[in-house]
Design a protein. Structure first.
Length: 461
């Protein structure tokens, strides 16, 4: 019962958040804002608060042989555009998209499923390139979805488009396999949001590592630490999704002792970083170490993130002090370790941001060049926050984190692709049968709807 209740609260929260955000315009408006529903025509209606445009008979119709549009099977878990139809092909096809110059998000949406006897779920295997970058190589969508425990996949990348350049996204099936795509988003981002610019401080554990226009990025984690999930519609205008799942990446001690401070009433001042950097909800919730000084000092607040080896990663930590006790430099100073190296000898959020209520973020680039253990494909990035041992440097022996983003950086060949995951043990695959997900999916909006109506009634009374 408990998970369902939690789920209910979460969806209710999201629902209210969406209603709330709908009333005001977000801090950032993207110049390019393209949402392509592949294999669709016209404007298929969608219930995700966004309009999607079909790629059939449009200026975005891809070039290539024999690419087909097929409905997802009725049994599919995905009842929502753009997942209801796909463009599939056994030969290469290319989308050519005219864009304004600048840095962009590219989001690829996949619903691996059996679309017809010729297009079986487990038989897709393909590569995707965009501009001069390899985004995915011999990508096995079905096993990737199975390993993630879900049925849908979204992959988010960042690339820079030069003046006069048209973006070409090419899907190339591997031998004897097919390629498919359900949805493509191209959304502009503020210049220098993730790429290096004068306003953007990049610090490297090993050495200086600027992120320039000839680099592509792939988002691997984006987490509202200690808070609720944030839907694309409630982002700051870039339609980013923020997961809430930082708990599952904590080590056991941190799971046991850490606490979740929050302040829903604080007025935030975006003076240290632009308002579009992260949604306010990210800055108003966080995770810290607990109430006991001895215990605070005895453990590191530790998250463990599995990553593909042999890449550099941009790690962005979002901070905001919002507790009324923490108002000046030295109230809560701590240390940050990444990949077992010191990233900050003396971290102090007020020192960086200027005041309580001012959000700020810090960037680090970490190289993950160690070898995986045994037959594992991933290597673990340890992110550790440590309370200061010496009381004279800090009023509270504590640490805080509010949000986190981790991006993989393209290598010198312009490659971002890593290996496919192993298939999960069969036992793990059984619970996520399409019927159970479907019944949840159809039940939730009803419950949320009823609850919202009750709340509305209560607020009117
Ligand atoms: C972006 O495009 C979507 C889909 O057409 C639309 O719903 C949304 O309002 C657009 N956003 C902006 C900021 O123009
Ligand atoms: C990188 O791209 C951005 C946006 O396209 C542009 O404003 C900036 O000048 C470029 N930087 C360099 C160093 O070329
Ligand atoms: C994708 O991976 C699954 C699980 O390892 C495998 O059964 C399937 O054959 C793979 N698909 C292709 C086309 O290689
Ligand atoms: C803090 O934790 C230590 C070790 O568990 C314990 O001995 C001590 O009594 C605790 N202090 C408070 C104030 O709870
Ligand atoms: C915290 O992590 C650092 C780096 O891994 C380590 O040197 C230190 O001993 C840890 N501190 C505690 C209290 O576990
Ligand atoms: C939230 O912030 C406001 C404004 O700084 C402060 O008055 C209030 O005490 C804070 N609440 C908590 C729970 O820290
Ligand atoms: C890094 O530290 C963690 C925990 O503090 C430890 O489990 C891990 O083995 C260390 N990794 C390396 C490469 O030293
Ligand atoms: C330990 O951390 C908590 C917050 O996580 C803080 O309230 C407390 O003051 C810290 N302990 C001490 C005694 O510094």
């Amino acid at each position: 019962m408990k998970p369902i209740v939690t789920l209910l609260y979460l969806s209710l929260f999201l629902h209210i958040l969406t209603l709330f955000v709908a009333g005001q315009s977000p801090p950032y408006t993207p110049v390019d804002n393209i949402t392509l529903a592949c294999g669709n025509s016209g404007q298929p209606s969608s219930n995700d608060n966004r309009e999607w445009s079909g790629d059939i008979d449009s200026k975005f119709t891809p070039i290539g042989n024999a690419s087909e549009s097929i409905n997802a099977p009725p049994s599919s878990t995905a009842s929502q555009v753009p997942y209801t139809k796909a463009r599939l092909s056994r030969s290469k096809f290319t989308y050519t998209i005219p864009l304004s110059p600048g840095q962009k998000f590219i989001r690829l949406h996949f619903n691996p499923d059996t679309y017809s006897p010729d297009f079986q779920r487990s038989n897709s295997l393909f590569s995707v390139t965009a501009a001069s970058f390899t985004l995915l190589k011999d990508f096995n969508a079905s096993v990737t979805a199975d390993a993630s425990g879900g049925s849908l996949l979204v992959r988010e990348f960042c690339v820079n488009i030069e003046t006069g350049q048209r973006l070409e996204i090419t899907f190339t099936p591997s031998k004897d396999a097919y390629a498919f795509i359900n949805g493509i988003e191209i959304i502009s981002m503020p210049t220098g949001l993730y790429y290096t610019s004068s306003a953007n401080f990049i610090e490297t554990i090993a050495r200086s590592y600027p992120i320039e226009n000839n680099t592509a990025l792939e988002m691997v984690y984006r987490i509202n630490v200690g808070g609720a999930p944030i839907s694309p519609y409630a982002d700051t205008g870039m339609y980013r999704t923020w997961e809430a799942a930082d708990y599952i990446y904590l080590d056991d001690t941190s799971k046991e002792f850490s606490v979740l401070p929050q302040n829903n009433t604080i007025e935030l001042n975006f003076v240290a970083v632009p308002e579009y950097s992260a949604p306010e909800e990210v800055c108003k919730t966080g995770r810290s170490m607990g109430m006991n000084k001895t215990i605070n000092k005895s453990y590191n607040l530790t998250w463990v993130f599995p990553l593909d080896p042999k890449f550099y990663y941009l790690v962005r930590l979002h901070f905001c002090e919002f507790e009324s006790d923490i108002t000046k430099y030295g109230d809560r100073s701590f240390q940050i370790y990444m990949a077992n190296q010191t990233a900050e000898e003396l971290a102090d959020v007020i020192g960086w941001s200027g005041a309580n209520g001012n959000p700020v973020y810090r960037d680090y680039v970490v190289g993950m060049f160690m070898s995986p253990v045994g037959s594992q494909k991933k290597v673990n990035l340890f992110l550790e926050l440590a309370a200061l041992q010496r009381d004279s440097y800090t009023t509270y022996n504590d640490a805080i984190l509010n949000g986190l983003e981790i991006f993989k950086l393209s290598d010198s060949n312009g490659n971002l692709a890593g290996p496919n995951p192993d298939s999960p043990p069969l036992a793990q695959q059984i619970p996520k049968s399409s019927t159970t997900s479907k019944s949840h999916a159809s039940l939730l909006p009803i419950i949320v709807g009823v609850l919202s109506a009750v709340l509305l009634l209560l607020s009117v009374l």
